[in-house]
Design a protein around this ligand. Structure first.
Ligand code: ARG
Length: 572
C-alpha cells in the first residue's frame, strides 16, 4: 500500500540488471512529477557512463506500465514517475475501506523501551523535560500503533545525595506543610529553601549527610519520609501529564531508586569481566573509542570514591534490566543533547559487557534547547528557569482568548475545550515540527497562527471537513468509486496515499518533523482541492468521490495528529 515502496520494488530489478549489483532506486516525492529517482546519477559515475543513457536503459527495462502513466528521463539523468490515475484511484479506494489508512501492523513486533520525561523529585520540571515528554510520547504512540510492545520508562530522578537535604527540610517544615507546598507544584520554592540551608547552615548540612547514610542503609523512618516526597512529586507530575495529554501514567514511573538492588550485581559483573579500572579512587570503565579533547581515554565512573553508585551506574543497571529481563531489542533514550557523551559511553560499556548485543540496540534520541524570543536559553522574567506549568497555562489562556475572538458562537465550556486542545496542540506541534536536533525559538504568535506549519492550521482543516459532513448531514460511502479528473483532486490523492511511507520512515528515524511536514502538505493539498472542487454542490459519482476524499483527509489528519499527541476538536 506504500506507493514509494511499490515503485521502488519495480525499479530495483531494472537498476540491478544495468548495474550488475543491487542498487537502491531512492524513490522520492518530487515537484516535477509525482515521484523521482536520482539513483542513475550515482550509478553512472560508478559505471563511467553518461547518466542520461543509464537512466534511459533503466527506464526501458523497468516494468511500470501498469502503475505509471509516464516515465521520463529528465535533467542530468533523473527518472520522473507519473502515477496513472487509475492506480491512484485504486489506492484511494483501498484506503477508504482500511481502518488503518494503509499503515500495516508490523510483521515482527519488538519490545521497545521508551525512556522519557524523567523529571527529578522535588524539583520543577523545566522546558528540557517538556521536550523529552512530547517527543517521547510521540515515539511511544507511534511504535505502539505499529504493533510494537512499548514499555514507557519514566526514569524519575528519585535517588541520590540531594535527598538528605530534601528530607531534612521536610522534617523542618513539618509533613503537612511540606505536602501542601509540594502538591501545589511549588517545587522550586521547596528545593531552593533546602539548598539555601544546606549551603549556609553547618548543622543542617551535617543532618543532611547522616540522612543520606540512613536512606542508603534502608532506615524505615527515613524511607517513609523519602516515599512521601516521591509520592507528592509523582502526583504533581501526573497533573502536568494530564494537562499535556501525555500517555504516561502512574504505572510508568521507573525511578532511579527502582534499580537500587541491581547496582551492586551490575558493577560486580563488570568486575568479573575484567572491565573495571581504578582511577583517582573511583571504579571506572574505559570504553574503547571514548577519548576527550586532549586524546586521553575517558572513564565512565561506575562507583565513586565514596563507594556510592551514581547516574552512570544506574543507567547501566537499567539497560541491563531492559535487555536482559524485559527482553527489549530497541531502547530509546529521549534526553537532551548535552547528555550525548553520557549515553555513548553507557552504550559502549553495555556492549562490551554483552548486555547490548544485536538485535538489541540503543538510541539516544537527542534534542536541542527551547530558546526565548531573544535567541537565548528560555528564562523567566526573574531570570530563573521557566516553569513548565506556567508555560502550558499561558498557551491554554492565549488559545482560549483567540477561540472566543474567532468563534463568538462557542459557549464558555466549548471555548475552554477548544483553548486547551489548541494551546497544548500548538506547544507540542512547535516542538515536533522542527528538526529535533536543533534549538528552536518559542514564538507564541507563530505557533498559534491559523496559517503556516502549525497545530491550529491542521486542527482547523480537520474541523472544516467535519463541518462539511455536519452541515450536509451526509456521510462518505467508503465503497464509492473514486474519480480524479481535476488536478487538485489528483494532488490530494497523491498525498493521501503517502501516509504509510511517512509513518514507516518516522518509526525508524523518530524525526517527527517529517510527519508534521507531511500533515501540513496534506492540509494544504486539501485547501487547494476544496477551493477548486465543489463537494456538496457536485452531483452523482463526482460528489460521492469527493466526499470520500474529504473523509479520508480528516481521518489521516486525525490519526497523524493523534500520533503526535495532538487533539482534533470537531469545531474550532
Ligand atoms: N533525570 C534526568 C534529568 O533531569 C534525565 C534522565 C534521563 N534518562 C536516563 N535514563 N538517564 O536530566
Amino acid at each position: 500500500m506504500d506507493l514509494e515502496k511499490l515503485l521502488s520494488d519495480r525499479l530495483a530489478p531494472a537498476f540491478a540488471a544495468v548495474a550488475g549489483v543491487p542498487v537502491d532506486p531512492v524513490v522520492r516525492r518530487s515537484q516535477h512529477a509525482d515521484f523521482q529517482s536520482d539513483a542513475a546519477l550515482g550509478l553512472a559515475r560508478r559505471l563511467g557512463r553518461p547518466p542520461r543513457a543509464v537512466a534511459e536503459e533503466v527506464r526501458e527495462r523497468a516494468e511500470l506500465a501498469d502503475l505509471c502513466a509516464a516515465v521520463d528521463v529528465s535533467g542530468p539523468g533523473f527518472l520522473n514517475l507519473t502515477v496513472a490515475d487509475r492506480t491512484l484511484a485504486g489506492m484511494v479506494s483501498a484506503l477508504a475501506v482500511d481502518p488503518r489508512l494503509g499503515v500495516p501492523v508490523v510483521a515482527e513486533p519488538e519490545t521497545v523501551v521508551v525512556d522519557y520525561s524523567a523529571p527529578n523529585v522535588a524539583k520543577e520540571m523545566h522546558v528540557g523535560h517538556l521536550r523529552s515528554t512530547v517527543i517521547g510520547d510521540a515515539a511511544a504512540r507511534t511504535l505502539e500503533w505499529l504493533g510494537h510492545r512499548v514499555s514507557r520508562a519514566n526514569h524519575l530522578g528519585d535517588w541520590g545525595t540531594p535527598f538528605g537535604m530534601l528530607i531534612e527540610h521536610l522534617v523542618d517544615l513539618g509533613e503537612a506543610e511540606a505536602a501542601q507546598e509540594l502538591s501545589m507544584g511549588d517545587l522550586d520554592t521547596f528545593y531552593t529553601a533546602a539548598r539555601a540551608k544546606f549551603d549556609g547552615d553547618d548543622a543542617f548540612r551535617e543532618r543532611s549527610r547522616s540522612r543520606v547514610v540512613a536512606l542508603q542503609g534502608g532506615d524505615p523512618a527515613t524511607l517513609r519520609l523519602w516515599r512521601l516526597l516521591v509520592a507528592q512529586s509523582e502526583s504533581y507530575f501526573l497533573t502536568v501529564y494530564d494537562l499535556l495529554d501525555v500517555t504516561l501514567s502512574r504505572a510508568d514511573f521507573r525511578g532511579e531508586s527502582s534499580y537500587h538492588d541491581l547496582l551492586a550485581p551490575t558493577v560486580g559483573e563488570l568486575d568479573r569481566l575484567g572491565l573495571l579500572r581504578r582511577s583517582d579512587g573511583a571504579e571506572c570503565v574505559f570504553p574503547p573509542g571514548s577519548v576527550g579533547r586532549d586524546g586521553e581515554p575517558l572513564p565512565l565512573i561506575v562507583r565513586k570514591s565514596d563507594g556510592g553508585y551514581g547516574y552512570p551506574a544506574t543507567d547501566l543497571a537499567a539497560l541491563r534490566h531492559r535487555t536482559g529481563t524485559l527482553g527489549a531489542t530497541r531502547l530509546l533514550y529521549v534526553v537532551g543533547l548535552p547528555q550525548r557523551r553520557h549515553f555513548e559511553m553507557v552504550f559502549a560499556v553495555a556492549a562490551q559487557a554483552g548486555w547490548l548485543t544485536p538485535p538489541a540496540r540503543a538510541e539516544h534520541v537527542g534534542f536541542g534547547s527551547i530558546l526565548g524570543a531573544d535567541g537565548r536559553m528560555l528564562r523567566s522574567r526573574a531570570g530563573g528557569s521557566v516553569k513548565l506549568v506556567g508555560l502550558l497555562t499561558e498557551a491554554v489562556e492565549r488559545a482560549t482568548a483567540l477561540a472566543r475572538e474567532r468563534s463568538p458562537e462557542l459557549d464558555e465550556t466549548e471555548a475552554a475545550e477548544v483553548g486547551r486542545a489548541v494551546g497544548i496542540g500548538a506547544i507540542k506541534f512547535a516542538d515536533l515540527s522542527g528538526d529535533r536536533h536543533k534549538d528552536y525559538v518559542l514564538d507564541w504568535e507563530r505557533m498559534l497562527a491559523l496559517d503556516g506549519n502549525t497545530a491550529p492550521y491542521l486542527q482547523y482543516a480537520y474541523s472544516r471537513i467535519r463541518s462539511i459532513f455536519r452541515r450536509a448531514g451526509v456521510a462518505a460511502r467508503p465503497d464509492a468509486g473514486i474519480s480524479l479528473a481535476e488536478p487538485a483532486e489528483r494532488a490530494l490523492a497523491v498525498e493521501l496515499v503517502g501516509f504509510a511511507a511517512v509513518v514507516d520512515a518516522v518509526a525508524g528515524s523518530l524525526e517527527f518533523h517529517h510527519l508534521a511536514a507531511y500533515l501540513h502538505r496534506l492540509a494544504a493539498a486539501f485547501s487547494a482541492f476544496y477551493e477548486r472542487c465543489p463537494v456538496l454542490r457536485a452531483e452523482g459519482p463526482v460528489r460521492e468521490s469527493r466526499l470520500v476524499l474529504c473523509d479520508l483527509t480528516a481521518r489521516v489528519l486525525h490519526q497523524g495528529l493523534h500520533l503526535l499527541g495532538i487533539r482534533t476538536p470537531e469545531r474550532l
